[in-house]
Structure formats: C-alpha cells, structure tokens
Design a protein around this ligand. Structure first.
Ligand SMILES: [Fe+2]
Length: 450
C-alpha cells in the first residue's frame, strides 16, 4: 500500500513542524514500503530461537524489576474489581507459561503448586474453575516472596526447555511474552490506582518535573481516503484480532497532528463540558450523573493530579490521560470534531515507527509528556467497536479465548502509552476497553469529516 497521508512521520518534540516538513518534502521520511521492510526484518530477527529466549527472559526480569519497590502489602491490594493486585500479575503471567508451554509441551514438568491454577487462571473457561475476579485482593497467601519463588521455578523450567521446544510451543512463548508485556502495563496502571486510594499519596517512583512549555494549536491534515488496507500482514507476531489484513473504504477526513492536551481539557471543563447533556451519549450522560464525574480520573481539583510519582502539578502541555470513551466522545463533540475510526487512525499511522515515542524502557514511574507522535504517552480512543475483522479466526486451543470472546461492548484504542513496553505495539494493534474505563493511560486525537 502506498503512503499518501501526510501526518505519518513520527514527530519528536515538535510534531507540527515535522508534519509540515513531511508534507513539503516526501524524501524526509522513508516510504511505507521501506518501513514495512524494516519492520519485517526486525520481526524475523526477533523470532529467531536465541533472540526469542533473550526477549523472554528480559521480559520476565522487567516484571520482577517493576515489583521491586513494593511491599507485600502494596502487592496484595486490589483497588477495584477490574484491576488486579501486583502479586496476582506476577503469578498469573507465570501460570500462563506454566500451563500453555510447560504443562502442554514439556514431558515430565512438575507444577510448582497444583493449587495455583485455581488462583491464577484469569478467564480461561477451557482451564476450569478459578477464583472470582473481584476476590483477587483476598489472596494474602502465597506471599510476594513465594510468588517470586513460583516465578523462579517457571523460569528455570523454561530455560531448560527452550532449546528443544517445538515450533508450536515457541509460538506460545511468543504469545506469552506479549501477554506478559500487557500485564506489565496493567501492573503500572493498577499500582497507580492502588496508591491513588491511599491518603498518604505514596509515590511508586521518581518523575521529572512537568515541562510546562506552551504548545501550538493542533492542525488538521487529510487522512487517506478511498480503499485502504488495515490489519496485520506478514509473519511477524500479531494477536489473532489484528488479522486478517483486509480492505476498507474510508471517506474523506482530516486528522489532528497531535493529541488533546490537559490545557484543552481544562477549557472543556471551564466551559461546562461535564454539565452539558447535549454533548454526551445517553449512556455517557447517565454515567457522568451516576458516578459524579467532573474531571479526568486522577485530577485533584487544585491544578494537581496523582501520578506514579505522587501528587504533582498538572503538565498542561501534556496529552490528557485517564479519560473514558464517553468523555473523549463528549470532548470531541464540544470541539466540533469527532473521534477517528480505527481504519482512519491506522492508515494515518502506517509509516510511523511504533518503536518511537514515550514508552516503557525500564522499571520506574512513567507519565505522559508533551510533544509525542502516534505512539507513546497515551492510548487513543477510536469510535470503532472492538469487533472481528472479515475472515477472523480465533487462535487454536485454549488461547483462542484470548481476544475473540471480548468482542462485545468495548471500543478500540490505538497507538501505545508511556506504560507500554517499547516494541509491544504496532499500527495494527487493537487495544480495547469498555466505554467507561479510564484507569489506563487513555487519551484522544481529534478527527473531522472533510
Ligand atoms: Fe492475562
């Protein structure tokens, strides 16, 4: 597919200037074909067995590093039913490898503790009975140290098994790496939600002071229209929900060069955005009234917000985060715009490098920063429901429950956030959450009909 959109260069620091230069001089950016070639070469090298093992154990180490600042008590709290305790994330990601790789593909493997399947199976009906999700915070035992020992047991077994695993099992290792990366992001957002409940306002880690520089108004650029292709292609890893790549017809539209900022969200609030029913979807208005919603989740009403670095002044130039689909949709209507569809977003981002931007590189506190591109800082809500693509086929076996059964009542988010492990996302990636969820780093980019 040829690159014809003009906002597809990955801006670093000054997005508007870079987008303008890209419009003026196509040679500033590799074409989509070149990017595709680079991506495929990178995907091939990452899937070689030795490289796969290195990525596996680097991913496993990062999860342990993320838990390093936590006490046993920190790691046991479940701040609300949709979130999970940190300790549960550590154990569940190990259960995934133990069950789908070691139990199913390594003869003679001995489980660390047969009872853990009940505790740490998340939602796999094919794997039998399990602890109810809202009760994950009741597991005071095993201790955090015992969960670390569980992880070590699984890691040692994986290290012994990796050289002889069949191709089907290596595919499950790849899935397990990507699964654990998803839980690394949830780990950080769940700890943020946990610490936000504590009146002592503990900090998970250190954050640099807000940059607080002025940012230019957004500009809108023509997206790709006509027949396009979206979805994952080639042999590189992608979740089943990203396939097959398929054709889609897009009507003329424009997409903003940057995400909506905290400053713009403050203007929405000051203009009565949360008190104006005509801006809201019916369900969204009911939700605002019922829950008393009046600002992004962690804003504290005095120009401060709670972050992984504790409470601090809001960085007004940074992308707004922790807003729901309902809020994003209402803001877009207030701004005389709308949310992009996932096809519009993906076509716009087709030649952006998904490895760039403010994403997670190592353990520590993270927060959205001003001036990012298509990937990093915040996931971007689209107006598209999370539904199957034409020709969708769930993965075979128990892991077929991974995505397909959630294709109801959820909306697609594109890009990546500051808590997304770098290398995890791509243009075809389809994150999804219900329309009232906002404990993830979720923001928005505006679009308009042309
Ligand atoms: Fe999971």
């Amino acid at each position: 597919m040829a690159a014809t959109c003009c906002g597809n260069l990955e801006p670093r620091g000054a997005p508007d200037r870079l987008v303008r230069e890209h419009i003026q001089n196509e040679s500033l950016s590799p074409t989509a074909d070149v990017w595709q070639g680079l991506r495929m070469a990178r995907a091939d090298s990452e899937r070689a067995p030795k490289a796969l093992a290195e990525r596996l154990f680097a991913t496993r180490r990062l999860t342990l590093d993320l838990a390093a600042p936590l006490s046993d008590a920190d790691a046991a709290i479940q701040p609300f039913p949709d979130a999970s305790p940190a300790k549960w994330h550590l154990a569940h990601t190990s259960w995934f490898f133990e069950t789908f790789v070691l139990r199913d593909h390594v003869p003679g493997y001995t489980p660390f503790d047969d009872r853990f399947a009940y505790l740490f199976n998340s939602y796999y009906e094919g794997e039998g009975a399990r602890l109810e999700r809202p009760k994950r915070g009741m597991i005071s035992r095993p201790s955090l140290d015992e969960v670390r020992a569980y992880r070590a047991h699984v890691d040692e077994a994986l290290e012994r098994a990796m050289p002889a695993l069949p191709a089907a099992a290596l595919d499950l290792v790849e899935l397990g790496i990507n699964h654990e990366q998803q839980h690394q992001e949830l780990f950080l957002t769940d700890i943020l939600a946990t610490f936000a409940e504590n009146p002592l306002e503990p900090a998970y880690g250190d954050l640099p002071a807000p940059a607080c520089f002025a940012i230019e108004p957004p500009t809108f650029h023509p997206g790709v229209d006509g027949m396009v292709e979206i979805g994952a292609s080639g042999d590189g890893f992608a979740f089943d929900s990203e396939r097959p790549r398929h054709r889609l017809f897009l009507h003329p539209h424009m997409i903003a060069n940057r995400r909506v900022t905290n400053q713009e969200w403050r203007e929405f609030i000051d203009d009565g955005g949360y008190r104006t029913p005509t801006l809201w979807l019916s369900e969204g208005w009911d939700w605002v009234q019922r829950e008393g919603i009046a600002a992004p989740l962690y804003w504290r009403g005095d120009e401060t917000e709670f972050t992984l670095g504790g409470r601090r002044h809001i960085d007004w130039a940074a992308p707004v985060a922790h807003v729901s689909y309902f809020e994003a949709d209402a803001f877009a209507r207030w701004a005389g715009a709308r949310l992009p569809t996932e096809g519009e977003w993906e076509s716009f981002a087709a030649s952006a490098d998904a490895h760039l931007g403010n994403q997670l590189d190592s353990a520590g506190a993270v927060a959205p920063r001003p001036g990012g591109g298509m990937f990093g800082d915040v996931w971007e809500w689209t107006q598209s429901s999370f539904a199957s693509y034409p020709g969708f086929a769930p993965a075979a076996g128990a892991v077929g429950e991974y995505n397909g059964k959630f294709m109801c009542g959820q909306f697609v988010l594109k890009g990546a956030s500051c808590a997304t492990p770098r290398g995890h996302s791509r243009a075809s990636y389809r994150n999804f959450f219900p329309p009232d969820a906002r404990w993830q780093f979720t923001g928005l980019r505006l679009a308009r009909d042309a």
